[in-house]
Design a protein around this ligand. Structure first.
Ligand code: FES
Ligand SMILES: [Fe+2]
Length: 441
């Protein structure tokens, strides 16, 4: 249980509040690259409570500017993309991707006034189909060589979805290894051959046993959590027999990414990103360690639930998440269908816009949650004290050493030769401890 002040300290994300200051020290996903496809690559975005406009200029360069025009405050999301920047539709002021004002066309031709005008602008980069922004001060940290960033483009697929709640409770479902045995329980095992692109559907690796059966029948996992230099590593063990233990390892990459084994060939790297205090997007990069990803199929699967342009869920509070009492008695634990994204969405949204943690009762199986909260509070306090220290604020050199999930035993995708991804590294990985995560689904 927390006090209301402690809860605010960890959850609120504006520029002047504790957690908001910490999260601004890291790159944050701000859009999928696909959102800028089409003839007008411009999109209004909101991140950490800030309204901004994301665009590509004539040269394809990415820009992220504050959304209100510095002249009279009109909305730059309605701007014209032309002449190397974005031009406000009110009086034609033109801004480049760095936020410099290039023209104020209503001023006298000799005016140099525009040289004094600077719009708020933020660095943006694209990685594996996700556009990341840095809203903090000074130099951003380097990107780690995590598998999702160094895999070839053919082997990754990115998507996102909106959840109407605070980012921390969204993250806390991802670091809660106990819930999968209940929230995601199916009473019958499906045909595992139709499991491609879905979580908790295939067979557990090195085994014929469907993961749904493992979760259903072994509901009391032994959960271990180890703080690491990148965040923390969570292991849940389900002892199936004297001979076999099912191992599931999830990594938290500080501050708000989790790396989850999805199936015997893919992992998910997932960020829980605050839009504002009471909304968040999950952004996921799915990384295949075997065949190239079937992006069309994976996108179509997700578009069954999520609607563009907001990536909002068709199943939500207004339609009771599709709840069906009969299904709950006969097929699924929740009665909310077979898509586990809906289950997670219901679990976190029904806690309220910001979970009231003054009324919660954390149990022994919640140890990952309180371990994470301690880590978060420590990093926020260090930030407020003006100290540099917090996990994953990496220099270029340090970033090359963080090659998760393989970083656990130092075996990373170093070999850049053709096809390494499919052959050499896979073999090495299978011999490593890391394999137990990938294989255990
Ligand atoms: S308000 Fe934007 S140019 Fe005047
Ligand atoms: Fe879940």
């Amino acid at each position: 249980m927390l006090t209301a002040e402690q809860n605010d300290f960890m959850t609120r994300v504006g520029p002047d509040v504790p957690a908001g200051k910490l999260l601004r020290r890291y790159w944050q996903p701000v859009a999928l690259a696909e959102e800028l496809d089409g003839p007008r690559p411009l999109k209004a975005v909101k991140l950490l409570g800030q309204d901004m406009v994301l665009f590509r200029d004539d040269n394809g360069e990415l820009g992220l500017l504050d959304r209100d025009c510095p002249h009279r405050g009109a909305d730059l999301a309605f701007g014209r993309l032309e002449h190397g920047g974005i031009r406000c539709a009110f009086h034609g002021w033109l801004f480049n991707v760095k936020g410099q004002c290039m023209e104020t066309p209503a001023e006298p031709a000799s005016s140099k006034f525009h040289t004094t005008i600077q719009q708020g602008a933020y660095p943006v980069v694209e990685r594996s189909g996700v556009i990341f922004a840095y809203l903090g001060e000074g130099e951003p940290p380097a990107f780690p060589d995590m598998d999702c960033f160094v895999a070839p483009g053919t082997h990754t697929f990115a998507f996102k979805g909106l959840w109407e709640c605070n980012w921390l409770q969204a993250l806390e479902v991802g670091i809660d290894p106990a819930h999968a045995s209940y929230l995601h329980r199916f009473f019958e095992d499906e045909d595992t051959s139709a499991s491609y692109g879905k979580q908790f559907r295939g067979a557990s690796s090195d085994s014929e046993m469907a993961i749904t059966k493992v979760l259903r029948e072994y509901g009391r996992p032994t959960i271990n959590v180890e703080p690491t230099n990148y965040g923390m590593r969570m292991t849940s063990l389900r002892e199936l027999s004297e001979e076999f233990t099912h191992v599931r390892v999830t990594n938290l990459v500080f501050p708000q990414a989790i790396v989850i084994p999805m199936s015997s060939e893919m992992t998910i790297s997932q960020w829980h990103v605050p839009v504002d205090d009471t909304h968040c997007y999950w952004y996921a990069i799915f990384t295949s360690f075997t065949e190239p990803v079937n992006k069309e199929q994976m996108r179509a699967q997700r578009l069954e639930l999520y609607e563009l342009p907001g990536y909002t869920s068709r199943k939500n509070k207004s339609n009771h998440y599709g709840f069906d009492a009969n299904e709950q008695m006969t097929e699924t634990y929740t009665g909310m269908g077979h898509d586990i994204n809906v289950h997670d969405q219901w679990a976190v949204e029904s806690q309220g816009p910001i979970q009231d943690r003054t009324r919660e009762h954390l149990a022994a199986s919640d140890k990952c949650i309180y371990t994470y909260r301690r880590m978060l509070v420590k990093a926020i306090e260090a930030t407020l004290a003006g100290e540099g220290k917090a996990p994953m604020l990496l220099s270029d050199e340090e970033a090359r050493e963080v090659t998760g999930p393989a970083s656990i035993d130092g075996i990373g995708p170093r070999n850049q030769e053709k096809n390494y991804w499919v052959e050499a590294d896979l073999k090495r990985r299978q011999e490593s401890d890391w394999a137990s995560q990938r294989l255990s689904a």
